[in-house]
Design a binder for this molecule. Structure first.
Ligand SMILES: Cc1ncc(COP(=O)(O)O)c(C=O)c1O
Length: 374
């Protein structure tokens, strides 16, 4: 049996009947940028998340960069975040001249550990950028409490967590702004790059819309601040709006697969991902930890099962970011998780037979937890 990591062709087949005419219309009318599909996508996602403003941009990376600029993050400001993330989180902080400050993660959720944040706060700290990793929100209430106590902004890296919420309050409402990614492999993926900023703040909305077109202000060819070219193409917005009609159904399959994995591997000798109470988890990734990570990955490959390592080297151990951190050994949980993490197939077109095959193959390889009586 073959188990792929993602199935983009089937995603397309499922929306083809509405998507093909939409793209043909865009091409024939010439309405290529910032048109009706952008507006529809912004309105629908704002409504799903219960936020006042949603702004389409060209990538998740741009969403982070633009929303931070709109929140006045700039040179010398310290932004507390995690090193167990995709590089864009830290890259965008650094590109604005701000200083990323790394805090270690919780072993089982793999998200920033709130109990370690206060020790990292200095008079220069301006914001916390939690990364809602692998499909679930961080411990949002704990982080919000720290931010309130120290008068810090919360800027959510929500790249991996469209539709994620805690007790019904969606991402985009826990911080002053949130950035979503629509990269191809995300739960809602474009046919290329795409992203979105969510916010309830009218000034962040206004400035983000301006920054995405070179800082152009209320009048054409008059500029208020430095900006970027970061429009979302109408074709991408149409792909996303069409796929959005399937997102609930697709996330339900991911949840079934993840729940099956949790049950089937409960006694296996590995660390399973933990979801914080009150969070939904949209299971962008299902990431286990094992001391035999590389051997297991090879074994899965030999059995036709795809898997992936997110992330093999934490950000503070990459040369361009090393000077922001305190080097190897400074974030012990982050470093051990990077050595042991393995993400398994969890996508909307998997069958339960495939999930069963994956879980059985893993259980047979790693064996039972010591002391397990099941
Ligand atoms: C945690 C995180 N932040 C930011 C990004 C950047 O998004 P994009 O690839 O759309 O620029 C990603 C995308 O992979 C991500 O996973």
């Amino acid at each position: 049996m073959n188990v792929q990591f993602i199935d983009l062709k089937t995603q397309y087949e499922e929306v083809r009947d509405i998507l093909d005419p939409a793209i043909a219309e865009i091409l024939s009318t010439g309405a290529y940028v910032l048109g009706k599909w952008n507006k529809q996508l912004e309105d629908e996602i704002a409504a799903r998340h219960g936020v006042k403003h949603a702004i389409c941009v060209n990538s998740g990376t741009d969403a982070l960069r633009i929303m931070m600029q709109a929140a006045d993050i700039g040179p010398g400001d310290e932004v507390i975040t995690t090193a167990f993330t995709f590089v864009a989180t830290v890259e965008t902080i650094a590109q604005l001249g701000a200083v990323p400050v790394f805090v270690d993660i919780d072993r089982e959720t793999m998200c920033i550990d709130p109990s370690k944040i206060e020790a990292a706060i200095t008079p220069k700290t301006k914001a916390i950028m939690p990364v809602h990793l692998f499909g679930q929100l961080v411990d949002v209430k704990a982080i919000q409490a720290i931010a309130e106590k120290h008068n810090l902004l919360v800027l959510e890296d929500s790249a991996q967590v469209i539709d994620g919420h805690h007790e019904g309050v969606y991402t985009g409402n826990w911080g002053i702004a949130a950035g979503i990614s629509f990269y191809v492999t995300k739960n809602l993926g474009a046919a290329g790059d795409g992203g979105m900023i969510l916010t309830n703040d009218p000034e962040i909305d206004r400035r983000s819309r301006s920054i995405r077109i070179h800082g152009m202000g209320r009048e054409r060819y008059y500029y208020d601040e430095l900006g970027y070219t970061s429009r979302l193409a109408e074709i991408q917005a149409a792909v996303l709006a069409c796929k959005l009609t399937k997102l609930d159904e697709w996330n339900a399959v991911r949840l079934d697969v993840a729940n099956y994995y949790l049950e089937a591997m409960a006694n296996a000798d590995l660390i399973l991902p933990r979801t914080y109470p009150g969070n939904n988890n949209v299971w962008h990734q299902f990431t286990i930890q094992t001391t035999q990570r590389d051997e297991l990955m090879n074994h899965l490959k030999e059995n036709g099962i795809a898997s992936a390592i997110f992330y093999p080297v934490p950000i503070h151990m990459h040369e361009p970011y090393a000077h922001y951190g305190n080097g190897k050994g400074s974030l012990p949980i982050t470093e051990i998780v990077s050595e042991q993490c393995l993400s398994l197939p969890v996508h909307q077109h998997m069958t339960m037979e495939q999930a069963e095959f994956v879980a059985k193959t893993i259980c047979a390889f790693v064996g039972e937890k010591q002391g397990s009586h099941a």
